[in-house]
Structure formats: C-alpha cells, structure tokens
Design a protein around this ligand. Structure first.
Ligand code: TRP
Length: 330
C-alpha cells in the first residue's frame, strides 16, 4: 500500500535555531520512516512579509537546506524542494482564490495577529491576505494526508479544509484531499535572555554555532534569578536554562542536576558546563556536515534539482485534474 503523505514547509527568513530543531526538524526526520514526505522551503510565503528585502530569503533557503540534510532529512526518501521552483503552486493558488471568500481570510486569527504585530512591514497586501490560500495550494498539490504544524497554524489548516470542501462540492467529489494536522508541541526552550527563543529577539541559540559562540551563549544564559550567590539553593523549575537539560541531558544526570541545584551543591557555572558538553555532543557532528555542504555547495543544487523534479511530476498530475474539473482543458 502506498504510504500516507506528509506535506510541510518552513519559511526561509533567517537561520534555524534550537527551537526549530527540537520542535520541527527532529519530528520531520522521524516522520520520514512512516510517511512519504514532501518538505519544502516556503520562499513565496517568506516573501509575503519580507518583500522589501528579499535577499535574506535566497540566503536562508540554501542554508536551510544544508541544515535539513545535516540533521538527517534524506533527499532520496523524502521530496525536498523549493516552493518557487514549482510554478504551478502559483497557478493552483490563483484557481483556489476564485472560490475562497475574502471573509474567510479576514477572520483568520493568525492574519489579524501578525498584521498587528508586524505593523512596520505594511501587510495590507493581497499577497499577505492570501497567505493561507497559497498554503492550501502547497498541501493539496501533493494530496497531503497529514500536516505537521504548531498550534498557531491550526486556523490555516482549517481554512485549507474549508477550501477543499468547497472545491470538491463545486467541481466534483474527491478531486482534492482534505488534510489533517499532526499537532507538534513547540519546544519549551527559552532564549538566552529568558524570553521565548526567537530570531527577532536576538536571543536564539542557532543550530549552526561554533564551539566558541555556543559557549558564549550558554555561559550568558539567565538561570534561576533567586540564586544570587553560589551558596544559594536554586529551583530548576524557575531556571531559564534547565529546560534545555530536559532535551539534551539524560535522565540519570538530570536527577543529579536537580538535586545539586536545590542543595546548592552544584553551581550554575558547573551546570552550564554539563549542558554545553551535551550540546556539543549533539551539534558538533551536525556542524561538520553543514561545513561539508558549505564546501560542496553544488550538492545542495543537486538535492533541490532532484526534489524539484519529483515535485514537478506530482504537481503536474494534480494540475491536470484540477484544470480538467474546472473546464480549463477538455
Ligand atoms: N505557514 C507555515 C509557517 O509559517 C509555512 C508553510 C507554508 C506551511 N506552506 C505550508 C506549513 C504548508 C505546512 C504546510 O510555519
């Protein structure tokens, strides 16, 4: 039997950080085992907010693909591609926009929030309003069964389902497949200043760091602010750094760290050193691979060419059917 299909994308708007690694990429790697996955760099989606300075998109796309390959996404097993290489995403976006009521888009909570949050970017554009329609096109193009997304993306997926139902109702049953979410929990890790880890706060630990930069960031991290002196006891539950141990330190060692923190037997500097060591263990093999791809950049072109070819075949088949049911071709 054919494997069920996963479709998901990331907007290439900057470097991927540890939050992406834990919350998205490790998941994507796992899903490859069970599903036929279509993963893409959503560069057109990035353009909806970065249209004034699109150079960041080109750069981030290549870096992102290098990171994907280095954390274990397999270009043979999964279809890895760049959205803008498959022009029919734009055609399907156009066709879906014919049947999508504007009111569905305007009431989308993510739309309202982002427009408010990113006031300086002037997002009163048709492209930004249509963001979820393009996302719907991405998903139905490959007949995605499941879409791994965070909670903030649920309204978009609901909209995809509504568009699919309307399309199938108007043009005939089952032309497009209705996808369901795989809700992925966001990694509960904080940035070095104790706020949510985010590139725009300038507090992120990126997937690609150097030994030096990683050390600098870990040592700089806020811990339990009540622990002013070395001999003050602390509480891992109130520590900004401790959640990282939950992901990168094994259980036995975590027990010791908790006890040591609460008894003041273990100082914050030593606790950070343990974390640093474990982060190095996890990420240095990934850095080596990223360095390798940086030195052999044509490999990334090859991967995108291969993925683009497979995506193009799939998308052409879908477009044939869509054009047919919409009476654009006989
Ligand atoms: N909107 C998604 C995000 O911001 C990115 C995205 C674009 C996407 N197209 C998609 C995710 C299709 C899943 C499926 O994270």
């Amino acid at each position: 039997m054919e494997r069920k299909r996963i479709v998901s994308g990331i907007r290439p708007t900057g470097d991927l950080h540890v939050g992406h690694y834990l919350g998205v990429l490790r998941n994507w790697v796992e899903l490859q085992k069970e599903y036929q996955c279509f993963y893409f760099a959503a560069d057109w989606h990035a353009l909806t907010t970065e249209y004034r300075d699109p150079s960041v998109i080109t750069r981030s796309t290549r870096d992102m693909v290098m990171t994907w390959l280095s954390v274990g996404l397999d270009p043979e097993r999964s279809v890895l591609f760049r959205q803008s290489d498959i022009k029919s995403h734009a055609e399907l976006f156009l066709l879906l926009s014919m049947i999508t009521p504007i009111s569905w888009l305007e009431r989308n909570p993510t739309y309202k929030e982002m427009k408010e949050e990113l006031k300086e970017k002037d997002l009163s554009t048709l492209g930004f309003l249509g963001y979820p329609v393009l996302q719907a096109a991405d998903i139905v193009m490959y007949h995605g069964d499941r879409v791994p997304i965070g909670e903030d993306q649920l309204p978009h997926l609901e909209l995809t389902r509504e568009i699919v139902r309307r399309f199938n109702f108007i043009y005939g049953e089952n032309t497009l497949r209705e996808p369901r979410e795989i809700l992925t929990e966001a990694a509960r890790v904080l940035g070095i200043d104790g706020r949510k880890m985010s590139k725009s706060y300038g507090n992120a630990i990126f997937i690609y760091e150097t030994g030096e930069s990683l050390k600098g960031k870990v040592m700089q991290m806020l811990t339990d602010v009540k622990r002013v002196r070395r001999k003050d006891p602390g509480e891992p539950g109130d520590c900004n750094l401790y959640p990282l141990h939950e992901y990168f330190t094994d259980e036995g060692a975590r027990g010791e760290i908790q006890a040591g923190c609460r008894s003041a037997g273990l100082g914050c500097v030593d606790c950070k050193k343990i974390l640093l060591e474990n982060l190095m263990k996890e990420f240095s093999p990934i850095w080596e691979k990223i360095d390798y791809y940086r030195a052999h950049a044509s490999l990334v072109d090859d991967v995108l060419a291969l993925g683009g070819k497979r995506a193009a075949e799939e998308s052409e088949a879908t477009m044939e059917r869509v054009r047919k049911v919409m009476k654009l071709i006989g």
